[in-house]
Ligand binder design. Structure first.
Ligand SMILES: Nc1ncnc2c1ncn2[C@@H]1O[C@H](COP(=O)(O)OP(=O)(O)O)[C@@H](O)[C@H]1O
Ligand SMILES: [Mg+2]
Length: 256
């Protein structure tokens, strides 16, 4: 009888220990989530600031430089200045190219389109740009929602997730077809980006020997969960890859 009691006390202690350990684990998971949330926030603000800076100082200085140079070429004295004019003139396309580069940087950091016109034009811009760079890939777009069906607070995560998914396709997939879809199914908003490229088995041995995990996938996942959705990544070697993020459209999320 005494032995039995001792055993019971011991198990209770064990249970308490385990509960404490589980609680500690949950606590550190919560802390990690808060930290990631803050990290993403800080990163977004920093990107916004750099985008502004690129636009206001770099972009503005380059435009001023181009203007001055054109002015100078235009007003060169006729005599003996043909060669100088040609040399200076050859700088204009370089400056123009750099202005374009600065604009691309600004757009990647924080596209003004997203704040001014919304997520649908921004996704179209992303696919057009991808199509232009990877001209052998066909990009299909299925945006089957209205702008007002997409809750304001989901627009930035949707943009960033699509941006990273397309970056990954450009970097890793060697695909010929890409499909981006944003649709509403009953009470859910679904974002799916799919390609027919090389695919990967992240758990299997098919990974290249020098393979190192990046942070793109985990940031996509965190962005989705932090905004109340769920994320999945499905990839099969030789068959392609699909990422899916979906958010429940409940009262607090929807604009209805
Ligand atoms: N669309 C894709 N097609 C093929 N492989 C992919 C695709 N997306 C991701 N991967 C694989 O998953 C890995 C992890 O992606 P990610 O976390 O974004 O890191 P990174 O892009 O920096 O390597 C990639 O290194 C790549 O091997
Ligand atoms: Mg990546």
């Amino acid at each position: 009888m005494g032995g039995k009691t001792a055993f019971l006390v011991f198990s209770l202690e064990e249970v308490t220990d385990r509960q404490a350990a589980e609680e500690a684990l949950r606590k550190s998971e919560r802390q990690l989530r808060t930290l990631t949330d803050q990290l993403i926030d800080v990163q977004e603000n920093e990107r916004k600031r750099i985008a502004r800076e690129v636009h206001d100082s770099l972009g503005a200085s380059l435009s001023a430089l181009k203007y001055k140079l054109e002015d100078l070429i235009h007003n060169l004295p006729q005599k003996d200045s043909r060669q100088i004019g040609e040399t200076l003139g050859s700088l204009i396309p370089i400056i123009q190219e750099t202005i374009g580069e600065a604009r691309r940087m600004q757009n990647d950091l924080r596209p003004p389109l997203l704040d001014d016109l919304g997520i649908l034009p921004t996704l179209s811009w992303l696919s057009r740009r991808f199509q232009k760079i990877y001209s052998r890939v066909t990009v299909e777009q299925h945006l089957e929602v209205r702008e007002e069906d997409v809750p304001e607070r989901l627009k930035l995560p949707i943009f960033r997730i699509t941006q990273e998914a397309l970056n990954n396709i450009g970097k890793h997939a060697r695909a010929t077809q890409v499909r981006i879809s944003l649709s509403r199914e009953q009470k859910k908003l679904n974002l799916v980006v799919r390609d027919n490229g090389a695919g990967i088995n992240l758990k299997g041995p098919s990974k290249p020997a020098d393979w190192l995990p990046g942070i793109g996938l985990s940031v996509m996942k965190e962005r989705t969960t932090l905004s109340g959705g769920s994320f999945s990544f499905e990839s099969h070697p030789g068959k392609g890859t699909m990422i899916e993020a979906s958010w429940p459209l409940n009262k607090e999320n929807s604009v209805e």
